[in-house]
Write a protein that binds this ligand. Structure first.
Ligand code: NAD
Length: 319
């Protein structure tokens, strides 16, 4: 874990997110060449453990990740992860990396890629609802991509709001802590919900969502765990997902009929489907996390290390 964090610290998290956003765009453009499938999820009363595979003609990759919302009360993180790359030609593992911080960076980069396609022009204000481990990275992603300068923060736990407020102020954001999600969302151009709750808790009410906003809903990522009201999704001009089959089970759209129309992000990236068309539209990215994002990230880190002569192929490299 310290070595992964050191790699990120050397490069700078905001720069890594920006580079990963571009790397994701390149891989999303070649989506039809990739082998994609929904992740395997093992649910228990406490949380979920998931295996997320994806591959192309040369490299197979997977991530092992968990989501345990009660972990912080036990002194553990909600999300931890480990990833591996395998050479498709000989089946040998070629790279192994601790991925907890990389998951936060790639999730921020994926939100940034969605914002590239969907956020209103000139977006400068981001509301963050949920101030846990993902929150600051989401803020950095929106600054790297859109130039966001102002943050409006809300968390049910005032200590979490205060922590992100302190850190984000030190990172140069203009920060407003808020008393409820509606207050946070008011006046924001982009709203990111990143809460962890095992119940189907509505985190952001439809009446608090304005036309013209872009929402990144990243915390609702399991059956029975969502953040938005179905009315918000119905009102949106476009609901964008990573991989429809997986999101129908795990995303916000699990609360809507199976025929509810969605657009996969890669289709917008490839110019096959429209993103935002005008300033008055409400757009939603219903993010659950997808294996391609981890494959891209693992390859990006591995190639960077190879470039520095740090991870001679085909040795395993524990970051
Ligand atoms: P975390 O436990 O560190 O933080 C979650 C925060 O949400 C906590 O501060 C908690 O107090 C707050 N919270 C819980 N219920 C709330 C509510 N109703 N309103 C406001 N705040 C509330 O978790 P994290 O690592 O930041 O992850 C956040 C969520 O994002 C998790 O659900 C996780 O599974 C999900 N996630 C999604 C992706 C993706 O790719 N879409 C990737 C990583 C994590």
């Amino acid at each position: 874990v310290p070595a992964t964090a050191a790699w990120v610290a050397r490069r700078g998290p905001e720069r890594v997110i920006a580079e990963l956003t571009d790397a994701l765009e390149r891989d999303f453009r070649r989506w039809p060449e990739l082998e994609t499938r929904p992740r395997v999820a093992s649910h228990s009363r406490d949380g979920v453990i998931e295996l997320m595979p994806a591959s192309d003609a040369t490299t197979f990759g997977f991530k092992l990740v968990n989501g345990h919302p009660l972990n912080p009360s036990r002194g553990y993180q909600t999300v931890t992860a480990l990833g591996m790359l395998v050479d498709v030609h000989n089946g040998y593992p070629s790279f192994l990396a601790e991925m907890t911080i990389l998951t936060a960076l790639r999730t921020a980069a994926t939100s940034a890629l969605a914002a590239r396609c969907l956020a209103p022009r000139g977006a400068r204000t981001l509301a963050l609802i949920g101030c846990g481990a993902q929150a600051e990275f989401q803020a950095l992603g929106m600054r790297a991509e859109l130039g966001v300068e102002r943050l409006r923060l809300y968390d049910v736990d005032p200590a979490a709001t205060a922590k992100v407020a302190r850190n984000a102020t030190a990172l140069g954001f203009d920060v407003t802590p808020c008393d409820d999600p509606g207050q946070a969302a008011r006046g924001a151009d982009v709203v990111t919900t990143c809460t962890a709750d095992k119940r189907n808790a509505t985190v952001l009410l439809d009446r608090d969502v304005a036309d013209g906003q872009h929402l990144n809903a990243i915390g609702g990522d399991c059956p029975g765990k969502t953040e938005l009201e179905p009315a918000t999704l119905r009102r949106a001009s476009v609901v964008v997902v990573e991989h429809e089959e997986q999101t129908r089970v795990e995303g916000e759209i699990q609360n809507l009929p199976p025929g509810f129309p969605v657009t996969e992000l890669w289709r917008i990236v490839r110019g096959e489907a429209p993103g935002r068309r005008d300033a008055g539209e409400l757009t939603v990215f219903d993010s659950v996390g997808f294996g391609v994002e981890d494959l891209t990230t693992l390859r990006f880190v591995r190639e960077d290390l190879l470039g520095q002569g740090r991870a001679p192929d085909p040795l395993l490299a524990w970051l």
